[in-house]
Design a protein around this ligand. Structure first.
Ligand code: PMP
Length: 436
């Protein structure tokens, strides 16, 4: 398949060339390099509402939404105004501030699954801190994670399944020591027997089970509630902590995230993305009893120079105020459902092997027609279709994240007209991809 460029990309291409002299691979986060799709990455100049414009003047309907944080789209007036008001008063003091109290209160008053929070500056930092807390609280070192879940670039989670049944992990990145990886046990999602076997064999050594309750980093692997309930019950039974990594699902599928959607109470929840309104914010939360293990009250050390800085707190507060407007999540979910259903109906009519798993305002273009619940059910060969669809969509002004393993996000800034336009263009892109 030849990828014919019908939009100007010269300025992006030139800037990308230049960027390679400054940054490894020209980027500051790997997937931005567009390695799994066609052409150089686009340098985005600005974004407003549901659209962003690149340095060559191309305008795109954006379904990447900065990888999830922008639940209200780009440059939302309420967020912008609150941020600008805050910036005018100084950007960081390294002291407690009123805005962090306000954001803390807003969250805790509206989220039944956490009693205390600690703000940090990224999802990775939230997960790293939550693991340390779980280890400090239980006095144990091993953790269980699941194949197909991503938890940021934390050493002990950059681990893939090794060989064997109850598998000790092996590192999936250079620089992660094998003795760190060995403390991570990697299991397939949904395998209850293997989970029980592993917990029985190692229970005196296991600090926690960590899971993305809605795995959304390796496709969208929607799980049954009964699986999450099983994790909860087994964690109680074996006296280990259950961590829900809700960096994507938190404040996205509902204010209470997946915990609320499925009504399953984890011991610790990690947050990121939406919580910061487009600024670098993460958080982790738990019961008061568990959170009192954190310094300065408890023995588990965790700190941050710019943690809970007022500007990021202002953005998060403004974003979450908008999320609490009546009907916000219902509207997001029903519009996303409508879009996904229309795309799927077209694929079915045409006999194209594609379906669109979706939950809340998260969707994924999945190849094949069978439900996909585990990472190993994704056929990497099908990524050639994604590459073509992605390319075709860029030519027609729709921006998806540059990998077929990434999910898309609908924001409240996407209008009905935007969504109809997206359906038509995605269907047209399928025609090109599946005809090739
Ligand atoms: N956990 C999950 C579930 C995530 O999706 C991500 C980021 N995609 C992270 C952790 C890491 O967050 P960050 O990129 O902000 O460090």
């Amino acid at each position: 398949m030849k990828f014919e460029q019908r939009i100007p990309r010269e300025t992006s291409a030139r800037l990308f060339e230049e960027a390679q002299q400054y940054f490894p691979g020209g980027v500051n986060s790997p997937v931005r390099a567009f390695r799994s799709v066609s052409g150089p990455p686009l340098f985005i100049a600005e974004g407003h509402g549901s659209h962003m414009t690149d340095v060559d003047g191309n305008r795109f309907l954006d379904f990447c939404c900065s990888w999830g944080p922008l639940i209200h789209g780009h440059d939302h007036a309420h967020i912008r105004d609150k941020v600008i008001d805050t910036v005018r008063k100084g950007t960081s003091f390294g002291t407690p501030n009123l805005l962090s109290n306000q954001l803390g209160q807003l969250i805790l008053d509206n989220h039944r699954y956490v009693e205390r929070l600690r703000f940090v500056s990224s999802g990775t930092e939230a997960v790293m801190s939550a693991l340390r807390l779980a280890r400090g609280y239980t006095g144990r070192s091993k953790i269980i994670k699941f194949d197909g879940c991503y938890h940021g670039h934390v050493d002990s989670l950059l681990v893939k399944a090794g060989s064997g049944l109850a598998t000790f992990g092996t590192s999936s990145s250079a620089g992660v020591p094998e003795n760190v990886a060995r403390d991570t046990l990697v299991l397939p999602l949904g395998d209850r027997d293997l989970l029980e076997q592993t917990l029985t064999e190692f229970s005196s050594e296991i600090a926690c089970i960590i899971v993305e309750p809605i795995p959304a980093n390796n496709g969208l692997l929607i799980q049954d509630r009964s699986w999450l309930e099983c994790l909860r019950i087994k964690a109680w039974k074996h006296n280990v902590l259950l961590i829900f990594d809700e960096v994507i699902s938190g404040f996205r599928v509902g204010f209470e995230g997946a915990a609320g959607l499925y009504d399953v109470q984890p011991d610790i929840i990690t947050f990121g993305k939406v919580i910061g309104g487009g600024f670098p914010v993460g958080a982790y939360g738990a019961s008061k009893e568990i959170m009192d293990f954190i310094a300065p009250v408890g023995p588990v050390y965790q700190a941050g120079t710019l943690s809970a800085n007022p500007v990021a707190m202002a953005a998060g507060l403004a974003a979450l105020e908008l999320c609490l407007e009546p009907g916000f999540y219902e509207r997001q979910a029903s519009r996303t459902d409508q879009m996904a259903t229309q795309i799927e109906a077209y694929a079915r009519e045409q006999g194209y092997p594609l379906h669109v798993p979706h939950i809340g305002s998260i969707f994924w273009l999945a190849f094949g027609t069978e439900r996909i619940e585990r990472a190993d059910q994704i056929d990497p060969d099908n990524m050639k279709y994604f590459k073509m669809i992605h390319h075709e969509l860029l030519q027609t002004g729709v921006y998806l994240g540059p990998s077929g393993y990434e999910v898309g996000f609908v924001s409240s800034a996407h209008s009905e007209v935007d969504l109809q336009e997206a359906v038509a263009k995605i269907c047209a892109a399928m025609d090109v991809a599946f005809a090739a």
